[in-house]
Design a protein around this ligand. Structure first.
Ligand code: ADP
Ligand code: 5GP
Length: 185
């Protein structure tokens, strides 16, 4: 039986969104789980496509209603996985891909312990910094916070995380091919 749930995690800037954008069109039965967040939209981000953008009050209401599978505070904002979409998508016979931070993944596993974990690593710390800056979406303060958190995240993921697959995203095409192979399993 094909794997039904896939969770991708990485430090910010390692390339998750880029890889998802390249690979997901090849898998029409895999639906991307759009998270809720209190982070402000970046230029080009659309509500209901990239995230469901919420106020803190709205997010807290979602938690209270039990509407999230898991949630976490990441880089100073809340992020969480809506429950209804996953249940509906699975009921329709489709599969789901999640983008979760490494700590949120631990809570996710309590609900869906059989999900396949995929950790994306940058080829080096220097390259991660280069990519975060090159993306041009974040202030210097935000970049510094994300770089500082990256070390803790990667250390945690490697030692305590449950990731069946690790992809080093150096050559983009090669990394995309590795992701395609995992999603085909
Ligand atoms: P994440 O979603 O993990 O935060 P992004 O997908 O936004 O990361 O990637 C961060 C930046 O790095 C983007 O500008 C993207 O174009 C670039 N990038 C991603 N993968 C590679 C790669 N293999 N080589 C060079 N640049 C890359
Ligand atoms: P970004 O602000 O760059 O879009 O995302 C920041 C971090 O939040 C990334 O590590 C991403 O994986 C994580 N993230 C996105 N959605 C969720 C979610 O629903 N739950 C958790 N725990 N983390 C999320």
């Amino acid at each position: 039986m094909k794997n039904k749930l896939f969770v991708m995690s990485s430090a910010s800037g390692a390339g998750k969104s880029t890889l998802q954008k390249m690979v997901l069109p090849d898998f029409p039965d895999i639906k991307y789980s759009i998270s809720a967040t209190t982070r402000k939209p970046r230029v080009g981000e659309v509500d209901g496509v990239h995230y469901f953008f919420k106020t803190k009050e709205e997010f807290e209401q979602l938690i209270k209603e039990g509407g999230l599978i898991e949630w976490n505070e990441v880089h100073g904002n809340y992020y969480g996985t809506p429950k209804s979409f996953v249940e509906k998508t699975l009921a329709e016979g489709n599969r789901v891909l999640f983008d979760l931070d490494v700590f949120g993944k631990v809570n996710f596993d309590k609900v869906y312990p059989d999900a396949t974990g995929i950790l994306i690593l940058p080829p080096s710390d220097e390259e991660l910094e280069h990519r975060l800056r090159g993306r041009g979406t974040d202030s210097e303060e935000v970049i510094q916070l994300r770089l500082a958190n990256a070390k803790k995240e990667v250390e945690f993921a490697k030692t305590k995380g449950k990731y069946e697959h690790i992809i080093i995203n150096d050559d983009l095409e090669k990394a995309a091919a590795e992701l395609r192979a995992i999603l085909t399993l």
